[in-house]
Design a protein around this ligand. Structure first.
Ligand code: NAD
Length: 263
């Protein structure tokens, strides 16, 4: 427990699971009040109840981030009631298909999957960024943290075209925003995780073969635990990172040092 975020209000999208829940727990542990957004109401309520049990002030918002009207409605409510000090724009999905399977190869990838992944990971992220940036510009302060991916930085065999494209685009949008928002006192930084054992592939056990394949490509020899993002989340949400803007922080056990990195 630190006190770096006492008196601060933090928004997290995709807070009902995995990395988003970790960001929420970390910021709560540092004293923040939370506004948690997710489309999965049941798990969002579970996370909120757990945190409320620890005395954290939590408000939940059930919304699908690629529904622009729903996002406008959530942020309209926030605009009128709170001052958002930090926002983790984190919600995202994987495509299922990857280059390890025939249905992930370029000629086979179905267009519905392509559209869905881009709709959520890029357009949904962008709608949330627009509203967050507008809110923080008015306050002349704020820190935005975006969950990108090492898949947005380099080619990875277990990743689909749609997912890689969405994350590379998220990095581009976020760094572009870093250029604009700085003059308004708003910072934006990217966390690029390597493999973390979350529910992104569905609430199922991950196949052992896939786990081993990843582990062989990670110098630290294992997947990340979402608790290993806690310190970074608090750092980026707080004033301790006041000179960080447009940074891409890789949290990947060293995986990306093994190959040429595009950005
Ligand atoms: P997860 O599936 O455990 O959690 C994602 C959460 O986002 C879920 O609660 C889900 O309901 C929510 N969500 C998904 N689509 C949504 C939508 N349209 N509207 C609202 N909520 C939505 O997955 P995770 O691994 O915690 O993923 C979080 C972020 O981390 C994603 O952006 C993902 O691309 C990124 N990421 C994950 C890994 C990894 O290995 N787990 C690696 C790199 C990047």
């Amino acid at each position: 427990m630190t006190d770096h975020l006492i008196g601060r209000t933090v928004v997290v999208t995709g807070a009902a699971s995995g990395i988003g829940t970790a960001y929420a727990r970390a910021c709560a542990g540092a004293g923040a009040a939370l506004h948690l957004i997710d489309r999965d109401e049941a798990h969002l309520v579970e996370v909120a109840e757990e945190l409320r049990g620890e005395g954290v002030e939590v408000t939940t918002h059930v919304a699908d981030i690629h529904d622009a009207d729903a996002i406008d409605s959530v942020f309209g409510e926030l605009d009128g009631t709170v001052r958002i000090d930090a926002a983790f724009l984190n919600a995202g999905i994987n495509a299922g298909a990857s280059l390890r399977t025939a249905d992930g190869e370029i000629d086979a990838l179905d267009r519905e999957t392509w559209r869905k992944v881009l709709d959520i990971n890029l357009s949904g992220f962008f709608f949330c960024l627009q509203r967050t940036a507008a809110h923080m510009k008015r306050n002349h302060a704020g820190s935005i943290i975006v969950t990108g991916s090492t898949a947005g930085l380099r080619a990875e065999p277990l990743v689909s075209y749609a997912y890689a494209a969405s994350k590379a685009a998220v990095h581009a949008v976020a760094t572009q925003a870093a250029l604009e928002l700085a003059k308004y006192g708003v910072r934006i930084n990217i966390i690029a995780p390597g493999p973390f054992n979350t529910n992104i592939g569905g609430r199922v056990e991950r196949p052992a073969a896939k786990t081993r394949l990843w582990e062989r490509s990670i110098p630290l020899g294992r997947w990340g635990d979402t608790r290993e993002l806690h310190g970074l989340a608090v750092l980026l949400a707080s004033d301790d990172s006041s000179f960080m803007n447009g940074s891409v922080v890789r949290v990947d056990g060293g995986a990306t040092v093994l190959s040429q990195v595009r950005a």
